[in-house]
Design a protein around this ligand. Sequence first.
Ligand SMILES: *Cc1c(COP(=O)(O)O)cnc(C)c1O
Length: 415
Amino acid sequence: MTGPAHFSTRAARAGINRDPGHQGVVAPIAISSAYQRADPNSPGPYDYARTAAPGRDLLAEAIADLEGARGAVTVSSGMAAIDLVLNLVGSHARIVCAHDVYGGTRRLIDARAEQRGWQVDYVDCTRTAALKAALNTPANLVFLETPSNPRLRITDIETACKLANAAGAISVVDNTVLSAALQKPISLGADLTVASVTKMLNGHSDMVGGVVCATDPDHIEALKWWANAAGATTGGFDAFLALRGLRTLPLRAQAQSETALDLAERLSAHPKVTRVDYPGLTPHPGHQIAKAQQSGFGCLLSLELEGGPKAATRFVQSLQLFTLAQSLGGVESLSNIPATMTHASMTPEARTEAGISDTLIRLSVGLEDVDDLWADLATGLNALRTRAAKRRGWKADYDDFRAWEPVKQKAGWEK
Ligand SMILES: *Cc1c(COP(=O)(O)O)cnc(C)c1O
């Protein structure tokens, strides 16, 4: 190869031809916990698998390369990756954190803050003025997540990281929702990225893992030190699975984004849907920034339906192709009600502040055919209509919402 290869080439070749033992095209699953020494006074390249292991190194190297980072440390979950980053700030630090980060992130930061005497300010980082005001006071760490999960709010990474650095803070972006295939925060000025490998990066919902990517050699060294000291490392089999998943990341990310955009558009036009959050839709408040800093809009979308929490529950329970389960970014589509599932660990006040209502529905769009997914959603929406009709004494069983229109008008149910 001359010059740096394209993203898809680097992804497809992740960990290929890296088996010095047997020249396997694919590296073997390295599960040994201990490595033989010739000399008690000096270890070989590997010594003990908590510190380093071949499969984990291949995975970290591949993700660092795709993120455009100098180095990466892989750990046992996305939360372990975030906790690893939190080791970079000492006691009595000040942390500025996006107010609508993943629920688990907020739970962890709050608990660590209590333990370590940190001051944490949760800020709507999509509003540059609010972030600027928060960073008039020096800070040690600024934690961003864009697009945010589940409301898909967009933060201008370049502006936010500049403000963070000017306030003396390390800037961190949680890149889980899009992955390096669709967004490269480090090229936009972030010091660190974290991601749940469990989601888009692996993409097959068969392992749990996390990664921290960094550019500053001191950060990399400190992260490696803490990963070894605290021991939240990636197992050999999980590293193998994630490396295998990574090779198809660009294709998956592109296909899932296209399908999600198509579904977001169809859902927006449906009379039973009152709001769709998807940065690919032109009216989305973050659309222009998303277009500029992302190379795709991602697999995640959220929506609100007419009706209360019962209608939302009935809808997700009626779906066949969207499995009701709390994760995202896999090849299989999933549905989720954040208030009672992924974001249940937040207080009701924190959820309200982050715009997560009890009726919000989040969909993770997989690799199924878009028409099959739409048929599933449309059937779910129309079933709600039929039940409403039954409640009102109508003998109706429409499976196409257009057929329902005249009946709706006659009954005077227009909103
Ligand atoms: C899932 C998720 C995490 C946590 O990752 P785990 O692998 O589940 O520990 C962190 N951030 C975001 C945005 C997530 O979606």
